[in-house]
Each structure stands twice: as structure tokens, then as C-alpha cells.
Design a binder for this molecule. Structure first.
Ligand code: ATP
Ligand code: MG
Length: 413
């Protein structure tokens, strides 16, 4: 038997109502905040992600699904995230000179060759948003408020917002120096990956999962103590904005985010009780990204929310019991002409907007009624030769047992 690829999943009809419920809330909330949906290709030129995500990141170095295109000498990758593609689309479609801000959202699957475990898969689903054209912390607060309101509407209470600022191109170099100095003095205690990160991407040492590195990170210099005046002011304004909007948060200096393009505000929403992969949403500001991909200087702020992890959190909180639509009517038929009649009644009702089903298997009447029960039909109708002759049948309310006589060709439900 051929099996699915490790780290991918089948989402069956029993589970899709929950997915659609979650996605529906994401769409509604995004649109309330003025974001419009964008759809970009599943694969792009590898170069886009190398430049957009950063060639020092694990995502680019170890996790991308990269392959040679069949007919051209070109390297292609499945998207490991959504932001780089949105920025490319923005530049390519000449949107950078539109009135600002530009606000986009998407619900996509992303691909990363990671070690599959609870909350971590190789194809995963993400709700992402991007806002371009504002340096103001008002835009950071808006992005965070949108993520927050999705989580609140889903009923998730044990999810905490952690915020931090990792500085800009003015203050980051000095912070970086302080960080390298600190970790250099305890280099022998670092894991091998962090030893190499020390030169290339020292900020990443702060979110290493290795226990010794994590211990060392606790006493490391904090970004928030090295911010320039403008970053300091923005961060403080963001906090006031969140306070004013009634959004709880903690300042957490270990939040640095995995991707290279972040500047200034970074944040994560972390769920309790769902194990090690507990970041349900991560995001931040990326003021240099648009220009580094060939566009104008255009600041941006966005986030990605992992749908699989949200579902784990909803399950943990008992919020995952979302059922699909139930049939309004099941028509049981006895014999061939009754079967034809049932098909035509069901079709007439569906055109009127009713969810109606009838037997297509050719089961006995008893088995049909058992099936009607199993699919929780609200009403049933039994059609046999005598019903066809009289043009009338008994419509039965399955809950109350109450029966009403109806005209087969004209009844409404
Ligand atoms: P993590 O630190 O958990 O690896 P990340 O920083 O790599 O996350 P992002 O690239 O910011 O994650 O993606 C945004 C969100 O997408 C994450 O917060 C998480 O909820 C989800 N996510 C990321 N990678 C995976 C994965 N392999 N499987 C399932 N969900 C994922
Ligand atoms: Mg990751």
C-alpha cells in the first residue's frame, strides 16, 4: 500500500468542519481589520526564499523542499512561509505606489523538512497577514490585535502574548556586539549549532532549545536595554496601545523569532498545555524586507498562525467539537419507481436550498431508516408505490416523532 509522505496529513470530512470554522473566523476577523485576501503560487524561485527568509536560517539551510525544474535550468522551492511571496507579488504587481497601508492575508500550506512531532509537520497550515507602509506602532498594535481577536473568538484562554523589540539597523549592531561578547566568554558551554551561530546570527542563540544554551541565554544582555531612542519610543507606544486596547502581554527578551528579516517589534502567542511546540502565532516587523527583494523602502508588520497548533490548543481546552451540517431530510424509497421519485424530490428541495439525501445504495427500508438515524436527519419521508399513487406521504420529525401528510411534488421544508 502506498502511504502518505511522513509529516503530511489527511484531513477527513469528520475534521474539516473544525478547520472551516477556524478558517472562517480568520477570514472574518482579517476582513474586519481591513485586510484583503491574497493568493500566491505554492512554489517560487529558490532565490526568493534565500534572499527573503535569509541564508543563515535553518529554514533555508536545512528545511526547504528544493528541486530542479523539469524543462529549465532553474531551482524551485515549495514555499516554507508566506511573507517572501507576498512581498514579491506586491513588487511584481506594482502595488508599492498604492495608497498605504496595504493589508493582505492568506491561508496556505507551507513546507519544511523538519522532524515530525506533535505540532510540527512537513506540510503545515498557516493563517498569515502582512501590513505594509507604516512605521507607526499603531500598525504593530493592529496586527497584534487581529491575531489576538482570532484567538479570543476561538475561545482560547490559555494563550499568552509575549512581546519584545529586537532593535533596528541603528541599535542592533551594538546589541549584537554585546551579545557576542557575552556568549564568547562562555563558548565552551554552547551547543555546536550555536557555536556557528555566534558569528553568523548571534540573536538566534537566545531561542536555542538546548538546555545549556537556554540557561546561558537567561543572563544574556537584553535587546530592550540596548534600543536606540526611536526603537525605545516605538516599543513604549506599542505597550500603551496594547494597554488601551485591553490586550494583555508580557515583555519577554527571549522572543527573537527565527527568520532573518525581523526588525523592531517581535511577538509570539504561546499556548499552555500543548507540549513543546507551543507557539501558535509568531510575527513581527520587517522594515528591510521589501527593499532587499528589489522594491522601495517600505516597512512591514505581519504574523503567521499555525492552524495545526491551534487545533491542539482547542482540543486541550475542549473547544474542538465543531460538527458539520446535518441533513434536513432523508427520503427512504421502496422499489425502483420510488427511488426515481425520491431522487427527483431531493433534487427539487436542494434547488430550494435544502440539504436533502435519499438512498443511492438500494438498501432495505429498515437499513435506510437506520442510516437516516445515523446521519442525524431532522426529517424522514418514506416513499413506496402507494405514496406515488396518492401523491402524498408522511413527513416525520425524527426528534418528536410527529408526522404530517405532505404533497410529494410541492411540499416545502
Ligand atoms: P517554531 O519556533 O515553532 O519552529 P517558527 O518560528 O519556525 O516556529 P514561523 O516561521 O514564524 O515559525 O511560522 C509561524 C507559525 O507557523 C508558528 O508560530 C507555528 O505556529 C507554525 N509552524 C511553523 N512551523 C511549523 C511546522 N513545521 N508544523 C506546524 N506548524 C508550524
Ligand atoms: Mg521553526
Amino acid at each position: 500500500m502506498i502511504q502518505k509522505i511522513k509529516g503530511t496529513m489527511d484531513i477527513l470530512p469528520g475534521e474539516t468542519p473544525l478547520w472551516r470554522y477556524i478558517e472562517g473566523i480568520m477570514r472574518e476577523e482579517a476582513e474586519k481589520y481591513g485586510y484583503g485576501e491574497i493568493r500566491t503560487p505554492t512554489f517560487e524561485n529558490t532565490e526568493l526564499f534565500v534572499r527573503g527568509v535569509g541564508d543563515t536560517t535553518d529554514v533555508v539551510q536545512k528545511e526547504m523542499y528544493t528541486f530542479a525544474d523539469r524543462d529549465e535550468d532553474r531551482s524551485i522551492s515549495l514555499r516554507p512561509e508566506g511573507t517572501a511571496s507576498v512581498v514579491r507579488a506586491l513588487i511584481e504587481n506594482g502595488k508599492c505606489s498604492d495608497p498605504m497601508p496595504l493589508k493582505y492575508y492568506y491561508i496556505i500550506s507551507c513546507f519544511r523538512h523538519e522532524k515530525p512531532q506533535a505540532g510540527r509537520s512537513r506540510e503545515f497550515y498557516q493563517f498569515g497577514t502582512e501590513m505594509f507602509g507604516s512605521h507607526s506602532p499603531a500598525s504593530d498594535a493592529t496586527a497584534i490585535a487581529l491575531a489576538n481577536s482570532v484567538l479570543r473568538r476561538l475561545g482560547l484562554k490559555n494563550v499568552k502574548l509575549h512581546i519584545n523589540s529586537i532593535g533596528c539597523k541603528e541599535c542592533r549592531p551594538k546589541y549584537r556586539e554585546a551579545l557576542v561578547r557575552y556568549f564568547d566568554s562562555r563558548k565552551d558551554k554552547l551547543c555546536d549549532t550555536c557555536k556557528t551561530r555566534l558569528d553568523k546570527n548571534p540573536l538566534r542563540l537566545l531561542d536555542c532549545k538546548n538546555p545549556d544554551c537556554a540557561e546561558g541565554a537567561k543572563a544574556a544582555p537584553r535587546t530592550t536595554e540596548h534600543l536606540c531612542e526611536s526603537c525605545e519610543k516605538n516599543f513604549s507606544l506599542l505597550k500603551s496601545a496594547l494597554d488601551g486596547m485591553g490586550i494583555d502581554y508580557v515583555v519577554d527578551s527571549s522572543i527573537v523569532r527565527g527568520l532573518d528579516y525581523y526588525t523592531g517589534t517581535v511577538f509570539e502567542f504561546i499556548a499552555e498545555g500543548i507540549g513543546a511546540q507551543s507557539t501558535v502565532c509568531g510575527g513581527g516587523r520587517y522594515d528591510g524586507l521589501v527593499s532587499s527583494l528589489g522594491g522601495p523602502e517600505l516597512p512591514g508588520i505581519g504574523f503567521g498562525m499555525g492552524i495545526t497548533r491551534l487545533i491542539l490548543a482547542m482540543r486541550e481546552a475542549g473547544l474542538d467539537n465543531i460538527e458539520g451540517a446535518k441533513p434536513k431530510l432523508y427520503i427512504a424509497a421502496m422499489g425502483e419507481s420510488a427511488m426515481l421519485k425520491a431522487l427527483s424530490i431531493a433534487e427539487r428541495l436542494r434547488k430550494e436550498g435544502v440539504y436533502a439525501e435519499c438512498d443511492v445504495v438500494g438498501r432495505s427500508l429498515k437499513a435506510q431508516m437506520k442510516y437516516a438515524n445515523k446521519i442525524s436527519a431532522e426529517y424522514t419521508l418514506i416513499v413506496g408505490d402507494s405514496e406515488i399513487e396518492s401523491g402524498k406521504a408522511q413527513l416525520r420529525n425524527m426528534q418528536s416523532g410527529e408526522q404530517t401528510e405532505v404533497e410529494l411534488d410541492s411540499f416545502r421544508i
